[in-house]
Design a protein around this ligand. Structure first.
Ligand code: IVH
Length: 670
């Protein structure tokens, strides 16, 4: 039995050890122990804290788990304001900045610290006697949002400073960001769950930090680099920015290894150009270089204007540009009915994302740039902005191209497609919107009032009443029918969405086996193929449908409009006696039709396939069976006759035993 005093000593030792390994792992990127060994330390500490609750402290590494969700973030005032930065966009701007600095300081040359300008969110970490007590976003610079609980979950943020002489109080300033790898992993997980993907790492970092539930933040791959301080008490502060970075590192904070000291203007410019060249190879996004006067006493002397210091500037990079080919030019119709030409491009990596589409804005822009199918173009993506075509590389234009002619109206084919889709959605066996027939749908689409099913639910009585040959009363009736259709079933919705090859029967199967829309949306092709009657092609169509952002957006809009359906407990696939067996029927039967046989086998959980393969568990041959029976024999697959089929239908459980578990596809148990 451990005494409380012993436990206290061990707890202290464990915390120090864990902090040390956190530092090795996050700050130095040089772990000394395996993840498993680290987890053992954490588990031991957690067990001791459970046994001796009096030993629990706020800065214990076990606290990283994330507390209960908040209702809102509280405001938190920074001890010293957080400034922002002025920008330089070209060499002239930066040269001006350097000149102003030198003139004010009356120096010939001024040394700067060059740091990467990380594209994330500024954070203010307050440590008292070495322990993290609060974390706040920048806010308006004076007051930010209290995100302490979230920040505690970020492994790269030390909960306790490592130096023996931690100041009584220190505000550490830095940037919370996400690496490209973290961003891609997060987006994959988001899509797999049927959640929306983030557009870029910055948005992902911001969204993750501003989560009200810290347990969600904890799962997000957030990182930090520290680059400054605010208020400090009880410590002698360094005298230069460069030493300040070293001090922060010593305290256990993560500091970018890309910071350097440059002696004057030309060295600064040289560093900027070198960094711009390396930009694309960094594992995270940066959008420029921040130059800070190195001497802190000079910083003080220079002071600030408004909220930006005179001693620092962000020298921004030009937006990244890349060459690629135009595969096609499509015309999209916006919600407002405006026509927007869009270039479909050979995928190219620009500014942190793969670009496959770029807007050409409008007919005038398109004509001015004269972009043609087959052209090589320069594409640019700046920040969050939609990628755009900057210009055509005329030297690379292939012979025989033609200028693109912009249609003045929505192309007929597109309209017809849209009309068909809406008619199907509103039809009796789908959403069953009474009164919304072919003629009316066509009228609505031609008037630009409805482009997709989601927009049906935005129609107002006035919109409907304004249609030709529509009286006030009919408009009201139609509106009421639209409202009624919001209460629906998942089967109707799935059928109504118009997923290729998903008819009513398949929709019903999807509901039975997945229970909820989310589950269908998240299902992999392999999971879908487990469903009787869904083969690889239908599965691929379903997966494809739900990976199109436009469709995800549509579903979100339907939900937001109040479309509701009941969801079920999914039918456990393994509970059905023939689950996992793939049966092929061939030839004619005398006591039942092939369709009946198929339906009854499917109802028992079997998958009925159209052709024989290695995955087939059994081939049942009726009269005049042809090549399928031969193929079964060639592959060594058991062959059965009609009598056996009737036996299987009468006692499927016994049949499953004789067919053998070995024949079932993986993952399914009986
Ligand atoms: S210093 C003078 N250093 O840029 C104090 N900021 O545009 C201002 N940022 O709010 C901050 N990397 O979010 C500083 N190495 C860096 C930075 C950096 C990114 C961000 C920060 C700040 C914004 C100002």
């Amino acid at each position: 039995m451990t005494s409380e005093a012993e436990a206290a000593r061990r707890v202290e030792a464990l915390r120090r050890l864990i902090a040390h390994h956190d530092h090795r792992y996050y700050a130095l990127d040089a772990p000394e122990i395996s993840d498993a060994a680290y987890d053992d330390l954490l588990r031991e500490l957690s067990a001791l804290e459970t046994a001796y609750p009096a030993l629990v402290t706020e800065d214990s590494p076990t606290r990283r788990v994330g507390g209960a969700p908040l209702a809102a973030f509280s405001p938190l005032r920074h001890a010293r304001p957080m400034l922002s930065l002025g920008n330089a966009f070209d060499e002239a701007d930066f040269t001006d900045f350097d000149r102003r600095v030198r003139e004010r300081l009356q120096q010939d040359d001024v040394a700067y610290v060059a740091e990467t300008k990380l594209d994330g969110l500024a954070i203010n970490l307050t440590y008292r006697d070495g322990a993290l007590v609060s974390a706040a976003t920048r806010g308006d610079g004076e007051v930010g949002e209290d995100v302490t609980e979230n920040v505690r979950t970020i492994g790269a943020v030390p909960l306790r400073l490592s130096s023996r002489q931690a100041p009584a109080l220190i505000e550490v300033r830095g940037e919370i960001f996400m690496t490209h790898a973290g961003f891609h992993a997060l987006n994959e997980a988001q899509l797999a769950r049927g959640d929306k993907a983030f557009v870029n790492p910055r948005n992902a970092a911001a969204g993750s930090l501003r989560q009200l539930d810290p347990r969600i933040t904890r799962q997000r791959p957030l990182s930090i680099y520290c680059y400054g301080i605010g208020a400090v008490e009880g410590a002698v502060t360094p005298s230069t920015q460069f030493e300040l970075l070293a001090w922060l590192r010593e305290l256990g904070c993560r500091v970018s290894p890309e910071s350097t000291r440059v002696a004057g203007l030309s060295a600064a410019l040289e560093w900027y150009r070198a960094m711009e060249a390396r930009r694309a190879s960094l594992p995270y996004d940066i959008d420029g270089v921040v130059f800070k006067v190195d001497r802190l006493d000079w910083q003080e002397l220079l002071g600030q204007v408004a909220k930006a210091p005179r001693w620092a500037i962000a020298y921004k990079f030009k937006p990244e540009e890349r060459e690629t080919q135009v595969l096609a030019i499509d015309v999209q119709v916006g919600r407002t009915g405006a026509l927007t030409p869009v270039a479909r491009l050979q995928g190219v990596h620009v500014g942190g994302v793969t670009v496959t589409n770029a807007t050409l804005h409008n007919a005038d822009e398109l004509a001015r740039k004269d972009v043609r199918v087959g052209d090589t173009v320069i594409v640019r993506r700046a920040g969050d902005v939609i990628p755009e075509v900057v210009r055509v590389v005329l030297e690379k234009r292939p012979p025989g191209t033609e200028p693109f002619v912009m249609p003045t109206e929505v192309p007929d084919q597109l309209l017809a497609q849209r009309i068909q889709r809406l008619i199907h959605f509103a039809s009796r066996r789908a959403m069953d919107i009474e009164g919304l027939g072919d003629k009316l749908v066509e009228q609505l689409v031609r008037a630009g009032l409805v482009n997709d099913p989601g927009e049906i639910y935005r129609l107002r009585v006035e919109d409907l009443a304004a249609l030709e040959r529509m009286g006030e009363k009919s408009a009201e009736n139609l509106y009421a029918a639209i409202e009624r259709s919001k209460e629906t079933t998942l089967q109707r919705l799935l059928y109504g969405l118009g997923i290729r090859d998903v008819g009513e029967a398949t929709a019903r199967q999807l509901v039975t086996y997945f229970g909820s829309l989310d589950a269908v949306m998240q299902a992999s092709a392999a999971a879908l193929e487990e469903v009787p009657d869904i083969g690889p092609i239908v599965a691929a169509h379903i997966v494809q449908f739900f990976s199109d952002p436009a469709h995800l957006d549509l579903i979100e809009r339907l939900r937001a409009a109040g479309v509701r359906w009941t969801e079920f407990e999914p039918q456990p696939k393994a509970a059905l006696p023939l689950a996992g067996f793939t049966i092929v029927l061939t030839g004619a039967f005398s006591s039942l039709t092939r369709e009946e046989a198929t339906a009854r086998l499917q109802a028992l959980g079997a998958k009925v396939a159209g052709s024989v393969s290695k995955k087939t568990s059994l081939v049942i041959a009726g009269a005049d069976a042809g090549s399928k029976a031969d193929k079964a024999q060639a592959l060594g697959i058991p062959l059965a006759d009609e009598a056996r089929l009737l036996q299987i239908l009468a006692d499927p459980t016994a049949a499953a035993v004789t067919l053998g578990a070995g024949d079932q596809s993986s993952g399914v148990t009986t």
